[in-house]
Design a protein around this ligand. Sequence first.
Ligand code: F6P
Length: 366
Amino acid sequence: MTQYIGVLTAGGDSPGLNAAIRGVGKTGMNAYGMQIIGFRDGFRGLMENRTVTLNASALSGILTIGGTILGTSRDKPQKMPIGNKTIDMTDVMVETYHKHHLDVLVCLGGGGTQKNAFHLMQNGLNIITMPKTIDNDVAMTDATFGYDTALTIATEAIDRLHSTAHSHHRIIVVEVMGHNTGWLALGAGIAGGADVILIPEIPYNVEKVAESIRQRVRDGKGFSIVAVSEGAMPQELNERIQVASKDSKSKKAKAELEALEAERLTSTQTLTQQLEALTGLESRVTILGHVQRGGIPSPADRLLATRLGAACARYIHEGIFGVMVAARGDSTEPVPLEQVVGKRKTVPLDHPWVETARNLGISLGD
Ligand code: F6P
């Protein structure tokens, strides 16, 4: 019996998405005779029944292309923005699934997508997911595709910032993406030889950061590179957020939490100014932003995405649903979605990369 497969990509785009679509599509067609369609722009395309046939010609030549040929969005089935309202459109999506006589819906995404896919599973659909994100923060998988490419881009940026920081005897603070986790800043900071690395898991003390830079000056090094994760924050702000989030029910507490989160978003700029004042060194900030997500996927991401995609098709053939295709070393493992949803893989404080950074003499700001 031919199996009918639907595929969508949701959340922020990530290098390797097309390699994963190609991996599941080509394996599905060649090895198991499946028929594949894609839905455009994430869960919105499923709601609006906007499809594209993923046949051999559609899947050809996409391996090296960045972004996603299907388009993506951050729309959620239960809270779909329609006009100026948000409406639960789960039933409409379930209807589209049945209209196409699908046997399974493959959802490619990060933590939010795993949650939305799980919601559709609870509404009766056969679901299988793959973990993508440049943040590397999806639980229960060794790796997510997109991370390696972003790591390469951020590392190259740190490499380039070294020569200009050195020439001008400046501090350059470079903000790296990663949402609420520090994998990208820590990885790129170590690989690029940053002098200070600040991550959300280790709230920092600005005076300690400044002292490590002053020590470098005393050691004859008149410049410093500070790699800071977009989610990193000073210890006092972290404490205020912890307190405010304990009581986030009242309107006042919610507003306070929002104000603190806004402060957190600008903390890289604030840090740069503080470091200039505390060290006397001219300081500049570089925010890498979406450039980290753009362009062609690295070979490691292409390989990871392709093998997860191929395994996904195999699991579908075997009737294994309700799982995320996790990377386990060189192999894969189907992990029940219940075990993935609602969790985030943060950097453990005793992670070997943390120890490596400390032993190298890199300041982590604590
Ligand atoms: O999750 C990937 C990511 O790039 C995060 O690192 C970042 O915080 C976020 O997405 C940015 O989202 P958007 O593209 O919606 O601005």
